[in-house]
Design a protein around this ligand. Sequence first.
Ligand code: 2IT
Length: 444
Amino acid sequence: MKIEQIINTLEARHPGENEYLQAVREVLVTIQDVYNEHPEFEKSQIIERLVEPDRIFTFKVSWTDDRGNVQVNLGYRIQFNNAIGPYKGGLRFHPSVNPSILKFLGFEQIFKNSLTTLPMGGAKGGSDFNPKGKSDAEVMRFCQAFMLELWRYIGPETDVPAGDIGVGGREIAYLYGMYRKLARENTGVLTGKNMEFGGSLVRPEATGFGGLYFVNQMLETAGQSIKGKTIAISGFGNVAWGAALKATELGAKVVTISGPDGYIYDEKGISGEKIDYMLELRATCNDIVSPYAQEFGAVFVAGRRPWEVKVDIALPCATQNELNGDDARKLIENGVMCVGEISNMGCTPEAIDLFIENKIMYGPGKAVNAGGVATSGLEMTQNAMHLSWSAAEVDAKLQQIMHDIHEQCVRHGRQTDGYINYMKGANVAGFLKVAKAMLAQGIV
Ligand code: 2IT
């Protein structure tokens, strides 16, 4: 595979789309050996066809704020690849949203969804709209205006969006309400819905829970136990919350959470009501974690990230590239044994290289955080069957899926020295299924 040539072509076509190029490069480097073993892939230009999205919809979203001022945002839906199932992936509402970020997320989603063992293709979408500090009425008007454009492109068997950063139950509900009105049908066209209208139990916790099931499996495979281990978590949103809940339940001690303002170090452990307090912090809309320090008598470290704390396990749960080479060096110096990305592309390439060189267990986001979209897949199944499963049923299926993802990573990632390169394993396993599907279906 001519990786540099492919990257150069992409760079010339899409200058400055750094996150997208970063995600593509990581996958190409790790799959090149298997790719070269299959000349038929090269013959039908699988890589060239995989790295470009099938299509990108860009639209203007005009809405009126509470003071009567007209606001204009941009909306996007990137349908990346649907070789193995309908397009599937979240919507992100955040001021940083641009085509590069959504293309990296959509590209990763292809492999992640393939790993879940469920029939889902890859997509992503969103807007540069910032829901922080907006009233419910403003969020509703924005979501309605957004869906007025989006609804033509999606459908329960075509493209099924869900949440991501800035899009939670409230936003999904407003989006769903508008879709239902426009399409005049009640289908599971979005996942992450409330329980009253087709949502799935365990979906809100699923990304964090699945992440911990995966990390637990990594440790067990290495002959270790998660019990009694200390964990640094970043972020304080839905994903961090689910991760803290399950980590605590499994007997580990979570000592950090973080926000844009800095991080909290709570040496007594973030458990019980302290975990629920994260939801309260979120509800205030200030996007800060510092009030936790006053509330529970913990340390607040302004303007820094939690990776300088000595812990056994580090779990990035906030956003892309939130753990860099310096952070990785610090964690390694402090004896970290396992890093699980629960955010998408949470670690920079330099950080990943350092973990792998130092034989630290490192789980990439597309495997570790796949429990979220997997449970979305289970929501789609329940919607298609017009019934709903108990929490125990959904959780058992989620555990099985995370177990299967872990197995695939081990199968394709175990090196001759016994070290498991989970990044390689996840990329190869995710890729092979999609590539074989594309090959079988011809040039379309
Ligand atoms: O990054 C992700 O996998 C998500 N935001 C969830 C996507 C989904 O369709 O549930």
